[in-house]
Design a protein around this ligand. Structure first.
Ligand code: ATR
Length: 282
């Protein structure tokens, strides 16, 4: 990579940041498209977040992605925040322009685009969906599903008070289409579902697997996991072995990066199988 004085700069702000796949992902696109630009890992401690963001803006950065633990702080920081990011309560993409900062959340876009690209027959307008987990990731996934037009989401979480609070919040503009069920009833509620989404950390490398009896799940139901390490989680393995179509979580990471790249660097990037291999083989 050789930069000129006009190079466009962006990066990802997090703490820690060394595990992030985003620099490799954006670097692949910059290289492929021959762009005069760079995308850097930016390790910023929580106490320094605001000062660092001001500094990046003043240094002429076009913008940044924001990851753990700064997504809520980024929402507070930005001069303007789009309505979806506000509903999710987190900003993951910031654009700096003429001394002002604009925040959005592209995780929801990434989640939906990943399903669109990798599950041919999924019709969101008819997708009765079961979502496992009620953390920050579930909030983004459910808001995305609501915007995509799903008629019903059944939300199950170990801690029911958390799923109830999340459902109440996300139902405000959506006429109660998020329903809450007990964690112990998670096997039964799979009957009649077209889409099953795991947003819990269960199944992630180093975490216990998700215990789930899938006997009631229709065979055509699409099963997806937002965990991508391992790529095929025990849940996806179990779903695949009983014949369900599966979509792994890596595509969500790849697709959520597209809108920021396009604004910062001025070209539309593509998510291809070659990119997947490149990001996986880090
Ligand atoms: P994130 O922001 O990534 O969603 P989080 O807010 O820590 O992370 O949420 C993690 C999710 O995994 C929660 O839904 C959590 O359930 P609780 O709300 O009951 O904590 C779920 N989770 C984590 N470990 C779990 C376990 N052993 N059994 C069931 N659910 C678990």
């Amino acid at each position: 990579m050789i930069l000129t004085g006009k190079a466009h700069l962006a990066g990802v702000v997090g703490w820690p940041i060394s595990h992030s796949k985003s620099p490799r992902l954006h670097g692949y696109w910059l290289d492929k498209l021959g762009i005069d630009g760079a995308y850097l890992p930016l390790a910023i401690e929580p106490d320094n977040f605001e000062t660092a963001m001001q500094g990046l803006m003043q240094a002429g950065f076009k913008g940044v992605n924001v990851t753990v633990p700064h997504k809520e702080a980024a929402l507070q920081f930005c001069d303007e925040v789009d309505p979806l990011a506000r509903r999710i309560g987190a900003v993951n993409t910031v654009v700096f322009k003429e001394g002002r900062s604009y925040g959005s959340n592209t995780d929801a876009f990434g989640f939906i685009e990943n399903l669109r690209q990798n599950s041919d027959n999924l019709d969101f307008s008819a997708a009765k969906t079961v979502v496992l987990g009620a953390g920050g990731a579930a909030r983004g996934v459910i808001a995305a599903l609501q915007d995509a037009g799903v008629p019903e989401v059944v939300l199950v979480n170990r801690t029911k008070s958390r799923s109830e609070a999340l459902a109440a919040d996300l139902n405000i503009d959506h006429e109660g289409n998020v329903k809450v069920a007990d964690w112990d009833a998670r096997a039964e509620i799979l009957a009649g579902a077209n889409l099953l989404v795991n947003t819990t950390s269960l199944g992630m490398a180093g975490q216990p697997s998700l215990e789930l009896d899938m006997a009631s799940l229709p065979e055509k139901a699409v099963v997806t996991d937002i965990v991508y390490a391992p790529l095929i989680t025990p849940l996806l393995e179990m779903a695949r072995s009983r014949g369900n179509p599966i979509v792994d979580g890596l595509g969500m990471l790849l697709h959520q990066a597209r809108p920021g790249f396009e604004v910062w660097f001025g070209q539309k990037p593509e998510v291809t199988s070659e990119l997947r291999e490149f990001v996986l083989n880090a």
